[in-house]
Design a protein around this ligand. Structure first.
Ligand code: HEC
Length: 199
């Protein structure tokens, strides 16, 4: 009976843990050996004598427009859509009584000097466009646009918008206009300031 008790107690015990020695499955060894051999084969079979300088080594400066390029690669249409179309509309037709048209406008098509001055300094006060009077406010763009951007917008207005067709300008032209009125900080006063400039 005592023997029996002892036997029960032994049955309740778990066996002592022991460290198992599980061998790595031979399939895995085979795969590793295969990769190893393939690696050696790859090194010897590939042509490693490529010029280490191949690849795209161009830097930002390589994409710069050449010195003196007219308006560079700047997209005047894109600038017009972003900066002007909200008021003058995407077609450049304006909104009657509120925003004057740019298509067929004498301010756009006559002297480019005046158009550049309008963009540099903006307008307030009464201005007559295609026989209609407007009295709103046109913001200035002298800080928003650099010379190249300003030239691109001016050329878009003069040569591409609607059926507008007038001579284009270049960056140097805008630069010269900017210098002429470098001290000006207020808007042009509509017809009163701008009409004499067309003379
Ligand atoms: C916030 C609205 C607004 C924006 C933006 C605007 N304009 Fe104007 N623009 C006007 C108003 C208003 C007038 C008329 C000013 C007045 O009545 O004194 C005007 C007048 C003009 C004129 C002279 C009149 C004419 O129709 O030819 C030109 C040229 C012009 N804008 C070009 C532009 C260009 C180019 C841009 C973008 C770079 C631009 N405007 C952005 C509101 C705007």
């Amino acid at each position: 009976m005592t023997d029996n008790h002892k036997y029960d107690a032994q049955l309740r015990e778990n066996a002592d843990p022991h460290e198992k020695a599980e061998p790595v499955p031979w399939v895995v060894l085979l795969v590793i050996a295969g990769l190893f051999l393939w690696g050696i084969y790859y090194i010897f079979s590939s042509n490693l004598s490529y010029d280490s300088t191949v690849g795209d080594n161009r830097i930002a400066a390589d994409f710069k427009a050449p010195e003196g390029a007219e308006g560079g690669k700047i997209d005047g249409h894109q600038l017009f859509v972003a900066q002007c179309a909200a008021c003058h509309q995407a077609t450049g037709a304006g909104i009657p009584g509120v925003f004057p048209p740019l298509v067929g406008s004498e301010w756009v098509l006559r002297k480019p000097e005046v158009l550049v001055q309008i963009l540099l300094h903006g307008i307030t006060g009464e201005i007559t466009v295609k026989g209609n009077k407007y009295n709103g406010a046109m913001p200035e763009f002298r800080e928003k646009f650099n010379d190249a951007e300003m030239a691109a917008v001016v050329n878009y207005l003069r040569t591409e918008l609607g059926d507008n067709s007038a001579d284009p300008v270049d960056e140097a032209f805008v630069k010269a206009e900017r210098e002429k009125t470098a001290d000006k900080t207020d808007h042009w006063n509509g017809d009163a300031d701008l009409a004499p400039m067309e003379q």
